[in-house]
Design a protein around this ligand. Structure first.
Ligand code: PLP
Length: 390
């Protein structure tokens, strides 16, 4: 048996996850993949252990345990005043990753166009391809990652869906309310569904504010909001996420989800309910901690000679590496991981045409102060370590 499908041949292995494997092989500090190296909140770990001990160890309801769906609805009401019906408008999934996949397969037909802002989180391309859809890219333009209204309007004409990731990976852009209103107007005009990936909703800096697309006028009925425990509660390995959508869309999403994964881990769903009920102080604390890590990392990278695009949200810094003299981002990332022992993600993995990201490298800063200090030590004097003819 030697056949592999044409679809599988249309995209490559994840570059981000490959960089993690290289980091392990070279004993490097992993500032590539976005996962924290500090502990998850004790209360939610206790809740997970308690759920296993209480024998919550069998399949949950396929679209999510009632406790978690209720907690998702309660959090939406509490943080945004946006009511969600946990019985008909929520589907719990295996992380935001499965949510995005199940949502696209449920709502998009083969041949449909899906609008994606570029640079993009690398999963969106393969998600669209696996659904038989074709991505239409709209460029976020440096240095502020704004988009051209005409370009967006052209892309939206005849599209089925648009994916919006705010706060954004890899750029750190936080879409403003005005921008979201413009996108919303195009969604209504062209009958396009908005699929928003809001996994970094609580990580915003310098007075930026996360705006819920679904709460904008006329958008409730045409928005799917994707989120997860992964980033907000530092449990990327738990694989618990969800999609919130109007009942008719949720019906379709639940059907696809059921056959893709049956359901997310039952005891971790119970712990998820505890996580979503954490008090406001928790969000204030992570906001403060991440703002500090961001400052530290910006200092480190600028000191080492990178030109940074300071993020307004999420936990990544995209940098310009054109000053280092390497032929491309992949060569530079490979040298950095093997010789300097710091792993980062080549910018080309965030662009449809890899050449467009050739001068970019992404660093994550969701790490302990000690890890960031060790990375700073390794990156100090980087220019002096460069090979003569890279
Ligand atoms: N969406 C974005 C924008 C991400 O950056 C990531 C992880 O880095 C994910 C989704 C993956 O989320 P999960 O781990 O919940 O599947």
């Amino acid at each position: 048996m030697t056949h592999v499908s044409a679809k599988a041949g249309l995209f490559t292995e994840s570059v981000i996850r490959e960089m993690t494997r290289l980091a392990i092989r070279h004993g490097a500090i992993n500032l590539a993949q976005g996962f924290p190296d500090f502990p998850a909140p004790q209360a939610i770990k206790d809740a997970a252990c308690a759920a296993i001990q209480a024998d919550v160890n069998q399949y949950a309801i396929t679209w999510g345990s009632k406790r978690l769906r209720d907690a998702i609805a309660a959090k939406s009401e509490r943080h945004y005043g946006f009511p969600v019906d946990p019985e008909t408008e929520v589907c719990v999934t295996c992380g935001a990753t499965e949510a995005m996949f199940s949502v696209i397969v449920a709502l998009v037909d083969p041949g449909d166009a899906v609008v994606v802002f570029e640079p993009f989180y690398e999963n969106y391309g393969p998600d669209a391809i696996l659904a038989g859809a074709s991505p239409r890219y709209v460029r976020l333009r440096e240095p502020d990652w704004t988009f051209d209204r005409q370009e967006l309007a052209r892309a939206m004409d005849g599209a089925r869906a648009i994916i919006i990731n705010t706060p954004n990976n890899p750029t750190g852009k936080v879409f403003s309310e005005e921008e979201l209103r413009e996108i919303a107007a195009l969604c209504r005009k062209h009958d396009v569904v908005a699929i928003t990936d809001e996994i970094y909703e609580h990580l915003v800096y310098e007075g930026s504010r996360h705006v819920l697309m679904a709460a904008l006028p006329g958008m409730r009925e045409r928005t799917v909001t994707i989120n997860a425990l992964s980033k907000t509660y530092s449990v990327t390995g738990w694989r618990v996420g969800w999609a919130i959508a109007p009942p008719q869309l949720t019906d379709a999403i639940r059907k696809v989800h059921d056959f893709v994964s049956v359901g997310a881990a039952a005891p971790l769903q119970e712990a998820g309910a505890a996580a979503l009920a954490l008090p406001d102080g928790y969000y204030e604390e992570i906001g403060r901690d991440y703002a500090e890590r961001r400052e530290t990392m910006l200092r480190t990278l600028e000191g080492a000679g990178f030109r940074c695009f300071p993020p307004k949200g999420a936990y990544y810094i995209l940098t310009d590496i054109s000053g280092f003299g390497f032929s491309d981002d992949v060569a530079f990332a490979r040298w950095l991981v093997s010789e300097v022992k710091v792993a980062a993600v080549p910018g080309s993995s965030f662009y449809a045409r890899p050449a467009d990201g050739r001068e970019r490298l992404r660093f994550s800063f969701c790490k302990k102060p000690e890890t960031l200090a060790a990375a700073a030590e390794r990156l100090a004097g980087l220019r002096g370590k460069l090979p003569p003819t890279p």
